[in-house]
Design a protein around this ligand. Structure first.
Ligand code: CS2
Length: 501
């Protein structure tokens, strides 16, 4: 692409007037946040909120975006000075907004030193993360997966890390040695108690590191991180379908300039954050962020109602031949199923926490019906082994403990297993992926009876590990899997009294 026809600081003034552009001097902005995992979700969510703060005059909160794996985002955005278009879409149309909050981009595997330099820059006071569930490297029991090759690598080579844990630990050690106050770590992934979870994992990592490193000053990094670094939890929400070539072409047509990687999203956005930022923070509350003491109830509501329903729609949608969320949700059987799933999950949410689940699910129904997003079921289907514990298994176990009805949540687990098994058959090979794919494919290839299959899958994924209700849960999932294997979702729905013919 010729540079003068591409979005950048030099060309932004040429954009048509209907397009929202940063109304601040980007050259005057200094970095205050390092973000690990600078993918589409971050660019539609945290970066957009920070953009609003910068426009309001908060000049010292620019973002340094880090990719922990692939150079793709940097390759797309660096020639554009970090600028990109956010396309906010619904049935009323599309609003294009150019976001300017990402000042520079780094690729960790290419240059870990540059990432450590950014993380130890005293101007950086917050590190945010969206690295996806699997990058927290938890073992089946939830503890840090000490045997993971990247953890082993990072413990042996603390100065050239690969994992988020390795980068955060080394940077916090260096800051401490240099008398630079620690940054606040703000986890933005869809995990329950996400800040506390990352805190626990990082302390585990730092203690292992301490026991291997005899270096002066390093020996009590675990204690430093446990006691002196803040890890507020947060609930993040915005639906962000993967960008397609058609999206790129349409956005370029509107801009009159190329943008190598615009991001698609919905009008809705929500961010609820625990207000513990000893090193300071942007004035987020001025731009629609809710600052609270305890994010737990909001997190559970979002994970169990939005993400739980999303996973159900994804697997049952794939098994029913629906490629996108809106099409699956327009299928009356799936719609009825989702309503019943919500009815089952809602009693597991805390009472008296001010949650309005009726308004929330009403809004979700509208968001899932957004036909302009074309949010692919296969996108949501990725990494089920990492997502189902907090989206489905946790509420299912609580239903069993409370003795309330449990028949719908369990179908989502069975549908995940059936959808995994359908790859290479009714669904294309590699249609979605999972970190457990190698083991799952071998297991599912054995064609064991449903009950044995579910036992083995639970073992592999660590679902409901050591829980008293584990066996009951397995049996309930197996009943659905029998139906799915025999006649697909039609029979599974019929057994729930849902007519899908
Ligand atoms: C989705 C989420 O892909 C998925 O697993 O459920 O990415 C979902 O779109 C976001 O959490 C919405 O905030």
């Amino acid at each position: 692409m010729p540079m003068n026809s591409r979005l950048s600081n030099a060309t932004i003034a040429k954009l048509p007037g209907a397009i929202v552009i940063p109304r601040y001097d980007r050259n005057a902005v200094t970095p205050g946040i390092v973000h690990l995992g600078v993918g589409a979700f971050h660019r539609a969510h945290q970066a957009a909120y920070v953009d609003a703060c910068l426009a309001d005059g908060g000049r010292d909160w620019g973002i340094v975006g880090v990719s922990l794996r692939s150079p793709d985002t940097r390759d797309a955005l660096a020639p554009q000075d970090g600028l990109y278009t956010l396309a906010v879409r619904d049935s009323a149309g599309e609003q294009l907004e150019v976001v300017g909050s990402i000042l520079s981009l780094l690729v960790a595997p290419e240059d870990p030193d540059a990432v450590l330099a950014a993380l130890t820059d005293p101007r950086i006071r917050i590190v945010t993360l969206t690295i996806t569930e699997k990058a927290y490297l938890r073992a089946a029991d939830g503890a840090l997966d000490e045997a993971h090759p990247d953890i082993v690598h990072d413990l042996a080579n603390p100065g050239s890390p690969r994992t988020a844990h390795g980068f955060l630990a080394e940077a916090l050690a260096r800051r401490r040695a240099a008398d630079t106050p620690p940054f606040t770590v703000l986890c933005c992934d869809n995990l329950p108690a996400n800040g506390a979870t990352l805190h626990r994992l990082l302390v585990e990592f730092a203690k292992l590191r301490d026991s291997r490193l005899a270096r002066e000053g390093d020996a009590d990094l675990g204690h430093h991180i446990a006691e002196e670094v803040a890890f507020p939890s947060s609930m993040v929400d915005r639906i962000v379908p993967a960008t397609t070539d058609a999206d790129r072409a349409r956005v370029a047509g509107e801009l009159g300039l190329e943008d190598a990687w615009p991001v698609m999203t919905e009008p809705f956005r929500q961010w609820v954050i625990e207000d513990r930022f000893p090193a300071g923070r942007p004035a987020w509350e001025k731009f629609g962020v809710t600052m609270v003491e305890d994010v737990g109830p909001f997190e559970d509501m979002k994970l169990r109602l939005l993400n739980g329903a999303h996973s159900g729609i994804a697997y049952l949608g794939l098994l029913s031949g629906h490629a996108t969320v809106d099409r699956a949700f327009a299928d009356p059987a799936i719609r009825q199923f989702v309503d019943a799933l919500w009815a089952e999950a809602i009693p597991t949410l805390p009472e008296n926490a001010g949650l309005d689940t009726t308004a929330y699910t009403g809004e979700l129904a509208e968001r899932f019906s957004n036909t302009a997003l074309a949010h692919r079921t296969a996108q949501i289907a990725n990494d089920g082994s990492q997502k189902l514990p907090q989206r489905i298994i946790a509420s299912a176990l609580e239903c069993l403990e409370a003795g309330t009805e449990l028949v719908h949540l369990t179908l989502v687990v069975a549908a995940w297993i059936a959808a995994c098994a359908a790859r290479g058959k009714a669904l294309p090979e590699g249609h979605f992926t999972d970190p457990l794919d190698a083991a799952l494919t071998t297991l599912l290839g054995q064609q064991l009876p449903a009950n044995e299959t579910v036992v083995e899958v639970f073992e592999l994924a660590g679902f409901a590990k050591d829980h008293a209700e584990r066996q009951t849960l397995i049996e309930l999932v197996a009943v659905h899997l029998v139906h799915l294997r025999r006649e697909g979702p039609v029979l599974a729905f019929a057994a729930l009294g849902i007519d899908s013919r």
